[in-house]
Design a protein around this ligand. Sequence first.
Ligand code: MN
Length: 602
Amino acid sequence: MSKKIFVTDTILRDAHQSLLATRMRTEDMLPICDKLDKVGYWSLEVWGGATFDACVRFLKEDPWERLRQLRAALPNTRLQMLLRGQNLLGYRHYSDDVVKAFVAKAAVNGIDVFRIFDAMNDVRNLRVAIEAVKAAGKHAQGTIAYTTSPVHTIDAFVAQAKQMESMGCDSVAIKDMAGLLTPYATGELVKALKTEQSLPVFIHSHDTAGLAAMCQLKAIENGADHIDTAISSFAWGTSHPGTESMVAALKGSEFDTGLNLELLQEIGLYFYAVRKKYHQFESEFTAVDTRVQVNQVPGGMISNLANQLKEQGALNRMSEVLAEIPRVREDLGFPPLVTPTSQIVGTQAFFNVLAGERYKTITNEVKLYLQGGYGKAPGTVNEKLRRQAIGSEEVIDIRPADLLKPEMTKLRGEIGALAKSEEDVLTYAMFPDIGRKFLEERDAGTLAPEVLLPIPEAGGVVRAGGEGVPTEFVIDVHGESYRVDITGVGVKAEGKRHFYLSIDGMPEEVVFEPLNEFVGGGSSKRKQATEPGHVSTAMPGNIVDVLVKEGDMVKAGQAVLITEAMKMETEVQAAIAGRVTAVHVAKGDRVNPGEILIEIEG
Ligand code: MN
């Protein structure tokens, strides 16, 4: 008896999200689509997750246009996306009308299969998205966000799968975003799922700890029907098992995938070259790292955390942050670590380490979480921390979106004529600030993707200016414009990299290296805080809002600023009561730790 195993390739979504901070551009996808479409994959994962954010924030591509182009280029293959339930592709819960509109538009523009998950595994947060997918006539896949903790038992996962089955799902996925699955645990879980419910079982496992291929084999032997892979040049480590490897492993067995290995290898070679183009986004944490079996940090989160720590000159604190993450997670009742809980837990852990005191600063997202604003925590939260965070404020136990009024009309009004379509309104809904900026720049014809550095050759300095590589740009610093030309890049040695630039025609050599303390965003002219009336932050970040103006009277503990670091917002409070005598920041400013942002005279 033979049973064909179906393959989903993640090359166009999760593979580059996990290895290259989601930076692959549509221009590098389209040329190979003809071959991808001939493989005979069950589906290609192409959209959702962080791709929408990366398109709008960094690549200055319209994510909807990417989807339409991929749909046209892949006429014979199911297109799949990852959807965060009621969070859609943003970082908050949306009202039901936004969820319905988003799913309907994703379906119309080309998505066939919706993998829907909730970071808390609270199925109430999946219901509206599942209903919307079914209303569009598409495949709704219910997802178990896999994690380990005292409360995450096989029985609990099976109960969740049965609930999703009764909610109308067409399949169930085990989403092991961190690479936490071990082969025998996988076998037991899949066996229980196949016995207790009737939906096909998909297995999505990251190879972070080097175990994913073994897990998939055990899953297959215990009845799993589908596996997620990545073409080999974007496989393994924080990504997925290599497609060619899994196809070869199963070839000739009762589980043969039937896929053509020669064709897959041609595709693998194509992406081998593509990966080099994005070398500047290769995290140092994409290889196998068994620490995940202890700290539970997913691959995408490690590479993003590493990029953000590096940006802020604090890469050397990585181990401490990784050690703090499980402690924060326990305080929050063991949420699985996946967007957005991975950011919530990761950023709070980062603050706990870098502020030198646990929960000295508590992010607004942690407060919201502890209020029940993301749904029900899988375990019990630390009650003392909850009281510290939210005081006597009420905790909700209903579905968070039940508290939200319809939003689409309001959103349409806010973005106005900048939106040329309902899709544009949804882009704005996902990311109010960067979405609006994107639509404004598109209107003005000034969209410009971030600069890709030329590929360095081993042992030398490469000259910049290869074909299609932008090497000139204008930067604005405190209202003055400078023209910067990248003239060359040295190879990375001893953790340092040399860049050869000219600024307004003057040659400069810049060395980037990890620093022992924050230096943050460069040439700020702000003075260092020395007195209690000097309001400053403990973290580098951006100013989201300034809540006071000169002359205002403030109380001690009153919030005066909202800052954002790593997509998380924090309130900064006045340490003393008094009158605001100076405000040195405005919305959008980049700030560094210890700088005087506001002065208060007591
Ligand atoms: Mn994944």
